[in-house]
Design a protein around this ligand. Structure first.
Ligand code: ZN
Length: 174
């Protein structure tokens, strides 16, 4: 993977504003409920669609294109964050940083337990029932709080999930 300059070419999601989501995750190592954070892109955000999907025109086939999304979305398995987003997140959590995930075999921005320091992998947070950002009940969803950040967002992320706007009642104060 390319590093250094030219990072702007490596992002696949961007937005004018975003939200930092905060929730609680039960740590498998110490059994405490640790605070964790996540990223929510505002409605109107854009994702980079691969030009390989373009039909017909061979000249257009090579070009990637930005597609606008009508709903909000969760991002996870985030491999790259722009500097402004990194700085904002570090103000919110000291336990969110780039880390290698042995189970997934990749490095991404990951939460860590605030009590024992254990890794809190994104699979557990986003893909497992009762994960911090995959609530299976209204009571659990109430733990999720969103904080709006009126700053531009850029990232490269492998995980992307639309948020249904019907369950919009669990929002916290700014
Ligand atoms: Zn722990």
């Amino acid at each position: 993977m390319q590093t250094g300059h030219g990072m702007a070419n490596d992002i696949n999601s961007r937005s004018r504003t975003y939200c930092i989501a905060r929730s609680l995750q039960r740590c498998e190592s110490c059994a405490c409920f640790t605070p964790v954070i996540g990223l929510v892109l505002s409605a109107g955000h854009e994702t980079l669609e691969s030009g390989a999907d373009a039909d017909g025109d061979p000249e257009a086939a090579a070009a990637d294109s930005w597609e606008s999304a009508e709903t909000r979305a969760l991002l996870f398995f985030v491999e790259y964050l722009s500097q402004t987003v990194q700085r904002r997140l570090q103000q919110v959590s000291r336990h969110y940083r780039l880390e290698y995930d042995d189970q997934e075999g990749q490095t991404y921005w990951m939460n860590h337990c605030s009590f024992c320091g254990a890794k809190q992998g994104d699979f557990e947070l986003y893909c497992e029932p009762e994960g911090a950002f995959m609530p299976i009940s209204e009571e659990e969803a109430a733990f999720i709080r969103l904080f709006e950040v009126s700053e531009p967002f850029e990232a490269l992320a492998g995980g992307y999930m639309y948020i249904s706007e019907s369950s919009d009642s669990a929002q916290g104060e700014p």
